[in-house]
Design a protein around this ligand. Structure first.
Ligand code: AMP
Ligand code: MG
Length: 401
């Protein structure tokens, strides 16, 4: 087992762990938040036919000098059938999205006309640009979505536009979320002295869902090795990945670490990051396991910086278009921010758009027990080891989604 590794080394070591990736056919109505398993091409041209971008008149440009009168030969409406031919001196009434009638090559907006019953008076310009050309958005056979794309509302509309009623997606892996600690009680119950509310499993499960996986929360495991072993066995049997929280530090009751060392296959323990120093990673009965620190901010930060990128890789996520929890950006510091000796320092920052680029400020106490700091801020500094940030300096940061 390696100890005290850099975040890059931790990611490289974790990439040795994996779970089988399966795919399934998923209907359009269930695609939100899913990951596309195969590249997708359009089955049709979009638009499928030349059509009007405006309500108005389909005309021949050559007929339309100022103040012309044209004879009305019919109507083209969206979803309508027969189209009249537009000959010299004629116009066809046309609705937005309706097909261009043969013979016409431009549109006059309804606002630029006076409908006189059998004829129309043209008062404004005839514009070929108001015709949406067949295939100008997408051509039949054109690939628009690579495998590994996270499917959201716009992707779903595009998939439907391309003519697919179902697509192949990556099956959601099931991720066990296990909190450990004698002091933890469920929110809603009165606290006794020494107790605190269990919060990590709820937050971590939500991060799991945000990555496009399924979370299975387990009851809190108390600090005894038999109970922990039983829960980990059940989790390994029923889940693809195990995430624990708590019990990975140096304390006598840090049983996740002890059990993994004695009966599991730990890969590394401790990562040179702040917050979130003591994570443990390895496998338990052939199931990848990440032991997240118990401190709430640490558990979120370790999930965001280590577990999420690993999980994305295992799910076959596209680097650009797949699920992720943060974007790397450059921010200008509006105050001095202290770094950490030997560790990559991820202080919570509020990132806002300034006049010339993104600006970062801090608002709350930065302790790793203060989960409010993850709500009051929307980013994390990426201050390299032994480096502090100075007011006015531009640094790398993660902008949380
Ligand atoms: P541990 O890593 O188990 O020593 O826990 C470190 C700190 O995080 C302690 O103050 C714990 O009370 C707290 N903690 C551990 N697990 C949780 C949890 N699931 N929810 C909220 N706080 C926790
Ligand atoms: Mg504990």
């Amino acid at each position: 087992m390696e100890t005290s590794v850099s975040l890059e080394r931790a990611l490289a070591l974790a990439s040795n762990l994996n779970f089988p990736r399966r795919t399934e056919t998923t209907p359009l109505s269930e695609l939100n938040g899913r990951i596309l398993a195969t590249p997708l091409s359009s089955k049709v041209d979009d638009p499928a036919f030349d059509n009007s971008a405006m309500d108005g008149w389909a005309v021949r440009t050559e007929d339309c000098d100022e103040d012309t009168i044209l004879q009305i030969v019919g109507t083209s409406r969206a979803g309508g059938e027969e189209l009249p031919h537009v000959s010299t001196g004629q116009a066809c009434r046309i609705m937005t999205g309706a097909p261009m009638p043969p013979g016409a090559d431009a549109i006059v907006m309804v606002e630029d006309s006076v409908d006189e019953g059998r004829q129309v008076r043209i008062l404004g310009p005839a514009r070929p640009g108001y015709i949406r050309k067949q295939g100008e958005n997408l051509q039949k056979g054109q690939e628009t979505l690579p495998a590994g794309t996270l499917i959201g509302p716009a992707e779903i509309s595009l998939i439907a536009t391309m003519g697919h009623h179902e697509v192949e997606t990556v099956c959601k892996p099931t991720i066990a979320v296990v909190s450990t600690g004698d002091e933890l009680v469920q929110p809603g119950i009165e606290l006794s002295p020494g107790q605190i509310y269990e919060s990590n499993s709820y937050g971590i499960a939500s991060l799991v869902e945000k990555m496009g996986a399924s979370a299975k929360r387990f009851d809190v495991v108390h600090d005894n090795i038999e109970g922990l072993r039983l829960t980990l066995e059940e989790a390994a049997d029923s889940c693809d990945v195990i995430l624990t929280s708590g019990g990975v530090s140096m304390g006598k009751w840090d049983l996740v670490r002890r059990l993994m060392e004695e009966e599991g296959e730990p890969l590394f323990w401790k990562v040179l990051i702040r917050p979130g120093g003591p994570p443990l990673c390895g496998s338990w009965k052939d199931t990848p396991l990440f032991g997240l620190p118990g401190n709430p901010v640490s558990s979120h930060v370790v999930f965001i910086s280590l577990v999420a990128p690993w999980l994305a890789g295992c799910m076959g996520a596209d680097h650009e278009l797949g699920p992720r929890l943060a974007d790397r950006v450059r921010v200008r510091l509006s105050e001095d921010i202290k770094g950490a000796p030997k560790k990559l320092c991820m202080r919570r920052i509020r990132i806002e758009a300034g006049e010339d680029g993104l600006v970062a400020t801090t608002h709350t106490h930065q302790g790793s027990g203060n989960i409010h700091s993850m709500v009051a801020h929307n980013g994390l500094t990426l201050l390299p080891p032994d480096t502090s940030g100075k007011e006015g300096e531009t640094i790398d940061a993660l902008w949380l989604r």
